[in-house]
Ligand binder design. Structure first.
Ligand SMILES: Cc1ncc(COP(=O)(O)O)c(C=O)c1O
Ligand SMILES: N[C@@H](CCOP(=O)(O)O)C(=O)O
Length: 539
């Protein structure tokens, strides 16, 4: 079939017709519409517009390379150069987003551009990034599914990233050239076959490994968005001198890595002696300014908020709602990985409580745009030593009180005064959610037993697994319920506590699943004796 291309002057019609085709590759176009796809090119109202009917067999020469080699990267090209050649660097003009106060029960007209440096509304509420949903709804669910699916597993800048593959739903107006990405996201969804079957009599249990990531935690998902926006702001706001955060170890690692990649100064406030060595060395190695402070995370958080009010350092904690735009892509990814079927339950460990809201937001967006038909029930899991949300839930959501968080092996969630409490309560109330808690022994046992079935979990994932075990025991979660446990960090960041557990060195802990190494003399007899003691073999 012959392709038709008409050069038309833009009549200034609806922008939604003028899908910014430069942000779509030919393959994406064909995938999104197997027969024909009508589109307008380089519109922006006022610029010349090309309307075309294209088909798989009849590519528009303006859009696709004319020879098989034309699409290949020249040896002098970087992936950004390649994206530039294909016109992929400019953002689409069709979609937009802005900050609004997080005020779901009493919406207001107050709003801010994402280019403003603002973290709270006029009356001190948290902010939320609000997308122009009407513009997104102009494209049907089939379109979005095909577009997102076509981007998986590529190095196309920046859509090969799991976060930026959803760019239109994340930060649509950002120039792709400003993006700072480590091709994060697209994390694996592990079918926990043995753990499910043997521990819980479940057949449809999954672990979303967000910690198998660039810096070893889910924070990369949010940090690529935040640092990309800062990268843009620094070009225009010459006053901005860096980006700062308070951290229990993962936010600081992600911030430092993305800032180092972009050449932006990072400043991190850490509670002294309360984070793992692996986490501490990450910002040090990435060249951040590291302040080890004699306080806890809540103390560090208060200090960074005071400092960022006084000096032009951009705040990178999840108080900043930009972070959650990246983190919500993990929820979208889960739906995508299940071919747009929604799991029954999603269990997320909670500390500062930004992530549970980010998951909620991702699931709601999929439903609102017709990609899914419901949202899952959410469970937020807390360590009993740092459980302000759990206490609030048990009190029927009445009168939230922060707590003084005690030390926990799940050190990244040792938080007593969570910034996103209002967001979390909203997410849980609207997803028929549940809050559970886990003692130190429960969380360490859960992590250890998961490891014995082939995972290598962090203690926070242990908290979530322990919550699952409790809900399963009470039969709140049924044997055939499709359940996803979110693993938030890599176990390799927390080897100290694992070694202590397996060495049975933790005072007062039985360490039921400990598997200490045997110290054996290096001679055959001793080795055979050791094997006999472990294997029921007639050796
Ligand atoms: C490994 C890990 N898991 C879970 C959390 C909890 O996430 P959130 O603070 O968004 O509740 C954090 C940070 O707080 C973390 O670093
Ligand atoms: N676990 C976090 C605590 C801070 O959370 P944030 O999402 O508000 O940055 C960390 O690793 O610092």
């Amino acid at each position: 079939m012959a392709g038709v291309a008409h050069g038309n002057a833009c009549k200034g019609g609806s922008l939604s017709e003028c899908l910014h085709v430069k942000s779509l590759r030919w393959k994406e176009c064909t995938l999104s519409s197997p027969a024909h796809l009508r589109f307008s090119r380089k519109c922006g109202h006022g610029v010349s517009r090309v309307q075309a009917t294209i088909s798989r067999t009849d590519p528009n020469p303006d859009v696709v390379p004319s020879s098989p080699d034309a699409g290949k990267r020249k040896h002098t090209d970087s992936i950004k150069d390649e994206a530039r050649r294909h016109g992929l660097l400019e953002p689409p003009t069709t979609f937009s987003a802005k900050y609004v106060p997080f005020s779901p029960y009493t919406p207001t007209d107050e709003c801010y551009s994402l280019d403003e440096i603002v973290y709270r509304s006029r009356d001190g509420k948290l902010l939320d990034v609000q997308h122009d949903m009407e513009a997104l709804k102009k494209y049907d669910s089939k379109y979005w599914k095909s577009l997102f699916d076509s981007r998986v597993g590529k190095t196309t800048w920046p859509f090969g990233s799991g976060v930026w593959s959803k760019k239109e739903w994340v930060l649509p107006e950002l120039d792709n050239d400003d993006i700072v990405s480590a091709f994060e996201g697209n994390s694996n969804l592990f079918w926990a076959e043995r753990f499910g079957k043997e521990m819980l009599k479940m057949n449809d249990l999954w672990v979303k490994h967000c910690g198998i990531s660039h810096t070893g935690s889910f924070k990369d998902l949010g940090m690529t968005v935040l640092v990309s926006q800062v990268n843009k702001l620094m070009k225009t706001n010459k006053n901005l001198i860096g980006v700062g955060c308070a951290s229990t170890g993962d936010t600081s690692a992600a911030l430092s890595a993305y800032c180092a990649a972009a050449g932006i100064p990072a400043i991190v406030f850490l509670p002294a002696n309360k984070i793992s060595i692996a986490q501490l060395v990450q910002p040090i190695a990435n060249g951040a300014i590291v302040l080890s402070l004699d306080t806890d995370f809540d103390g560090c958080m208060r200090l960074i908020r005071d400092v960022t009010e006084q000096v032009p350092i951009y705040l990178a904690n999840s108080l900043n709602s930009l972070r959650l735009e990246g983190q919500k892509t993990a929820a979208i990814e889960i739906c995508q990985q299940f071919d747009w079927e929604v799991p029954d339950w999603v269990i997320v460990p909670g500390g500062n409580l930004g992530n549970i809201y980010a998951f909620y937001k991702g699931f709601v967006m999929c439903k609102e745009l017709g990609l899914t038909d419901r949202i899952p029930r959410l469970v937020c899991a807390q360590a009993a030593n740092a459980n302000p949300l759990y206490l609030h839930y048990k009190a029927g959501w009445k009168n939230f009180e922060p707590v003084k968080a005690s030390p926990t092996f799940a050190s990244a969630i040792q938080i007593g005064d969570p910034v996103s409490i209002d967001r979390a309560v909203y997410a849980l109330k609207n997803s028929d959610g549940i809050v559970e808690e886990a003692t130190e022994e429960e969380l360490m046992n859960a992590a250890a037993v998961a490891d014995l079935t082939g995972m290598f979990t962090c203690p926070h994932t242990g908290v979530a697994l322990s919550a699952l075990m409790k809900l399963r025991e009470k039969n709140v979660i049924g044997p055939t319920d499709r359940t996803v446990v979110v693993s938030t960090a890599h176990g390799l960041k927390f080897t100290q506590s694992k070694i202590a557990y397996h060495s049975k060195e933790i005072t007062g802990m039985q360490a039921k699943y400990a598997n200490p190494p045997l110290e054996v003399k290096a001679d055959l007899g001793s080795v055979m004796d050791a094997l006999r003691s472990k294997l029921s073999l007639a050796l």
